[in-house]
Design a protein around this ligand. Structure first.
Ligand SMILES: [Zn+2]
Length: 345
């Protein structure tokens, strides 16, 4: 018991230790009401619910429904929780603490679990949709990779064309191996991705994931339209969720414009916001930004940490930081009081 308490108070990471000091000393509670920062803190969620019930990538879960509600109320008491319509005003403001909630990829739990919470809290969020997954429900590459590794018939995948060292899958839920296999996909060129997935299907012995499992994974257009009518914001996230930096300019244009046109057709208005798929700094280029601008997008969100300071000029690279299921409460509290330190990845 004592050892557990000591470990809780003095965790190994320096940032976690500092967060605990701020939280247990009451400093976070005080700072919440002071101007300890100004600008826009954009938080990113993927899935809401219980990861243990999921057959795919459990790393994508951001919070249980109960914790999501606590978090939304915490944001409301810590800053101005803004809507997508406030974005321009907030980015031009020279003071104030603002928070925007975003969701990526259009999972069905966003409608079933997050939407009721947002309505109950009189809050909104911005949802980034990769349109082809709504039009024809199927697996995205990261879900299929997670499923194949999780259903592997082997404990190790030997080093091969794709992996410099053997991929250790091990027992239980192979979170680390899934992460490694997903990251390997990030580095592939467009014409290598199918080969990689086929090779992984064979090496794991799991085969390709049966498409029937994808049926209820995403929201339907009817759900999206209902949310849109209830003031939820929607933004583009491409048609097929490729890593934009890895594909040609003409393919990028198809993905960016195609997504814009499909959202405009279904929602009656063209999206002004865009979330870069995966969103790390090297996942999009200046050419991508140019295409976005030509397509009429005004705001584009990356995903490599940080908050957006008041002087932030580049509206096509608005930083976001992720909310993870295992994020310690003290770090979340500290992120809302000192994002200069705690919103960094
Ligand atoms: Zn995504």
């Amino acid at each position: 018991m004592e050892r557990q308490l000591i470990r809780r108070l003095f965790p190994s990471g320096k940032k976690h230790f500092l967060a605990n000091v701020l939280d247990y000393s009451g400093a976070n509670r005080l700072l919440r009401h002071w101007d300890s920062w100004s600008g826009l803190l954009v938080l990113n969620y993927h899935r809401i619910g219980d990861p243990l019930e999921c057959e795919f990538d459990r790393n994508l879960f951001s919070a249980s429904q109960e914790n999501f509600e606590k978090q939304v109320r915490l944001f409301q008491s810590s800053a101005d929780l803004i809507t997508v319509d406030d974005l321009e005003t907030v980015l031009k403001a020279d003071r104030g603490k603002h928070i925007l909630i975003t969701f990526d990829d259009g999972y069905r739990d966003n409608y079933e679990l997050a939407f009721p919470v947002l309505k109950a809290c009189h809050a909104t969020a911005l949802f980034f949709i990769a349109t082809s997954f709504i039009d024809s429900p199927r697996f995205a590459w990261w879900s299929e990779i997670a499923w194949m590794v999780r259903n592997a018939q082997v404990n190790t995948i030997p080093a091969d064309k794709w992996f410099d060292a053997p991929l250790e899958i091990g027992e239980g839920y192979p979170s680390q191996a899934i992460g490694q296999a997903v990251r390997r996909y990030w580095s592939l060129q467009d014409d290598e991705t199918d080969d990689y997935l086929s090779s992984l299907a064979q090496a794991t012995g799991a085969g390709r994931c049966p498409p029937s499992l994808a049926e209820n994974l995403r929201m339907s257009w009817e759900m999206i339209q209902e949310m849109h009518e209830a003031s939820m914001g929607f933004g583009g996230h491409t048609v097929n969720h490729p890593i934009l930096a890895q594909i040609s300019a003409s393919r990028q244009r198809e993905e960016i414009v195609g997504c814009r046109d499909r959202l405009a057709e279904k929602l009656g208005t063209a999206p002004l916001s865009f979330g870069y798929p995966v969103g790390q700094a090297h996942m999009f280029t200046s050419e991508t930004k140019q295409i976005l601008q030509e397509a009429g997008y005004r705001f584009a969100f990356s995903f490599y940490g940080n908050h957006c300071k008041t002087s932030h000029q580049d509206w096509l690279d608005i930083p976001r930081c992720s909310i993870e299921y295992s994020l310690p409460r003290a770090i979340l509290n500290s992120r809302l009081t000192i994002p200069q330190i705690f919103a960094k990845n």
